[in-house]
Design a binder for this molecule. Sequence first.
Ligand code: NAD
Length: 354
Amino acid sequence: MEAFLYESHESRVKFGRGLIREAGFELEKLGGKRALVITTAGRRVLANSMAALLGERCAAMFTEAVQHVPVKTVDNAMKVVRQFDVDSFVPVGGGSSIGLAKALALKTGYPILAIPTTYAGSEMTPIWGITENGQKKTGKSLLVRPKTVIYDPEVTVTLPSRLTATSGINAVAHCVEGLYAENANPVISLLAEEGIRVLCSTLPALIESPKDVTLRTEALYGTWLGSLVLGSVGMALHHKLCHVLGGSYNLQHAETHAVILPYALWYNSAAIRPALEAIARALNCEPDDVAASLYDLTNALGVPVSLKEIGMKKEQLDEAADIAVKHPYYNPRPLEETSIRHLLEYAFYGERPK
Ligand code: NAD
């Protein structure tokens, strides 16, 4: 075994059906007396229920979170924070709601109680992002890592099939890249392998039975593992490419992850044998078939497998390849612009990787 560094940071996690009802108790434990409930426009009903659950501890609601945290949204939400003398944040939603809460926590230092309703996995990480003039700036700070997370599968049963599938693959992607991270370690690798196994075996059944709370519980368990991995070790080509494509061309976050993952694995495959073996154990396939198996899974889930289908334009591929290699970062296989351009071409047409 190679030398490694393992660091962990405390956070409180409550996991189980119906536990959203304990949000008031959890907020009190954090010292929150005047919370801002945060969500996206589509989740207003849920935000209302959360406000009712919190009672007097809810000072205001902000229901205009959108993906990639535009600076204008942060500014608007900060006005509400000041106007209502807010002292804590309760995002109830996907990565967009939690992302906005993180941006506000970065400015104020107030604690976050997060209640995730998708599988994006922002809740266990210290990673924040804010978008200004089309550029998404990201950073890490323990200030933004939610102090408490409630995983309640009941709030995920409304997740539409397409988002269930793509968001689920987003969680798989955290686990996959965690296995070949620069700072990978044996504990996180165990979580990652288990996360891939749980998510990939649950997602097909969940598309058939979206209201099945037992399956939703399994998927949320995989989400937690993926989020722990994402919050603990560094990511590589897959996440960086998705960041470029999402930030520069406003492609939908989860769909971009679902399309890119098999191609990122295909690109890295010659340099990540132990990771391929772990993924193969989780998927019950041969190590050499991992990229194709993940492509087949995404295809079987009935969601887009090509960048073309999710709104990318062919004339954007050259620029995307250029941006992707501009700022060097760790990746197990060196980044070469021509090869990245090939990867994007395959992903654009959705060709099955071999
Ligand atoms: P999202 O939060 O934008 O949600 C997508 C859509 O699904 C929204 O319209 C929302 O209203 C709806 N929705 C959410 N939960 C629902 C439910 N239970 N039922 C029905 N509809 C529901 O998308 P996302 O994929 O969860 O998050 C994407 C964002 O999160 C991106 O901006 C990404 O960069 C960020 N992210 C950040 C981190 C991090 O560690 N900082 C990690 C993962 C993702």
